[in-house]
Design a protein around this ligand. Structure first.
Ligand code: CAA
Length: 387
């Protein structure tokens, strides 16, 4: 008889305590400034590397901590509870490297995963383009074979941590007439000649994590940097998202938990009409609903993480596509509602940058958009149900 894996083990609970302590002490104090100044915090990165929390999913054989998918979710959740931007360090390191874990040769894996595990390099994922967002297969970036090389040309857009990551998984068309089946995946290095970056996007939230275009101008790379076989890049890209949409759910859970915890503390302190506002049933019902939605999304996310872990170890990917989209969609919609309600509970104070909940509300919004909008998630779920 097999038991569900989604109940965290004692080790997961211990990990949560460790991450929360690091996040409270070393990450939370930088969160407001990272947002205000729109700067990536290298201090936070160093703190995550020192605690070995920056890329926990990398398997031990490549020098990593070998954390399972649920442990990775817990790390991202707890970092996001303090600072959503910082949670993109472990999340995007996973997003950039899962294509290698799923499809790359041993040579590529050992060469590129070890520096990520060691904290010497970060790894971003470059799928979207200015004209190819939801319709990712409509990409225009080309990779043309030339002897032992491929030459890449095109512009990737909305690339999280672009410019600060050393390595990029880049999807490009090697056979443009073949559509999705003509796309291949490559490792591109920041230092490759012809790679440059656009200016930082001016965003509503997650301002402490740079988002830029990655511009590829006649970038010649060895053919051995292709991840998997020619024409398999789009499948690798989507199979990756099946695993990593769960990390966006984790980020949403963390942001929402941060907002809920702050709001609970506030309503117990804030006095109106001669008593703490927490005494009023209208607010009590809001708090109860927030916690209920959060816990429901958390259980779905942990269940999806357990599926992801089993799929990584060879179990069928069946159901993972549905569950990861469901978790991402449910958790991000919950985070948007919960953070908006947290602002409401703080009233006028909640609307100011003197309190963290408005930042959390702005940060929550992106979780409904990236790694596939929630409309795309609903489309993916419906396709699974109806096929
Ligand atoms: N795993 C593996 N292969 C898959 C798959 C999956 N989950 N889903 C589909 N495929 C395969 C299909 O079988 C098909 O292959 P065959 O023709 O050989 O059968 C191929 O991929 C194309 O599939 P579709 O015909 O279904 O493709 P589509 O073009 O109709 O739509 C989509 C696919 C679901 C809409 C997809 O384009 C999508 O998910 N869009 C959203 C894009 C997205 O999520 N972008 C995120 C960017 S990353 C980001 O945001 C990160 C960040 O910064 C933090």
């Amino acid at each position: 008889m097999s038991f569900p894996l989604y109940a965290p083990a004692e080790e997961h609970d211990m990990l949560r305590e460790t991450v929360r302590a690091v996040a409270d002490e070393k990450i939370a104090p930088h969160a407001a400034a990272a947002d205000e100044n729109e700067e990536f915090s290298w201090e936070v990165y160093k703190a995550l590397v020192a605690a070995d929390l920056h890329a926990v999913h990398v398997p031990e054989q490549y020098g990593g901590a070998g954390a399972d998918a649920l442990a990775t979710v817990i790390v991202i959740e707890e970092v996001a509870r303090a600072c959503a931007s910082s949670s993109l360090i472990p999340a995007v390191n996973k997003l950039g490297t899962v294509p290698l874990l799923l499809s790359a040769s041993e040579e590529l894996k050992s060469r590129y995963l070890a520096p990520v595990a060691g904290g010497e390099a970060m790894f971003s994922y470059a799928l979207s383009e200015p004209e190819a967002g939801s319709d990712a297969a409509a990409m225009k970036t080309r990779a043309v074979a030339d002897g032992d090389s491929y030459v890449l040309d095109g512009t990737k857009m909305w690339i999280t941590n672009a410019g600060i990551s050393e390595y990029y998984t880049v999807m490009a068309a090697t056979d443009p007439v073949a559509g999705a089946r003509g796309i291949s995946a490559f490792v591109v290095e920041k230092s490759d000649e012809g790679v440059s970056f656009g200016p930082k996007e001016k965003k509503l939230g997650i301002k402490g994590s740079p988002t830029r275009q990655v511009i590829l101008d006649n970038v010649r790379i060895p053919a051995g940097r292709m991840i998997g076989e020619p024409g398999t890049g789009f499948k690798t890209a989507l199979a990756t998202l099946d695993h990593t949409r769960i990390t966006i759910a984790a980020q949403a859970l963390g942001i929402a938990q941060g907002a809920l915890d702050f709001a609970i503390g506030y309503v117990k302190e804030r006095r109106q009409f001669g008593r703490p506002v927490a005494d009023f049933q209208g607010l009590q019902f809001m708090i109860a609903d927030m916690a209920m939605k959060l816990e429901a999304a958390r259980q779905l996310t942990y269940h999806a993480a357990a599926k992801s872990e089993r799929a990584m170890h060879g179990e069928s990917q069946k159901d993972l596509t549905f569950l990861s989209s469901a978790a991402k969609c449910a958790a991000s919609d919950a985070a948007m509602e919960i953070t908006t309600d947290a602002v409401q509970l703080l009233g006028g104070y909640g609307y100011t940058r003197d309190f963290p909940v408005e930042r959390m509300m702005r940060d929550a919004k992106i979780t409904q958009i990236y790694e596939g909008t929630n409309q795309i998630q609903r489309m993916v779920m419906a396709r699974q149900l109806l096929k």
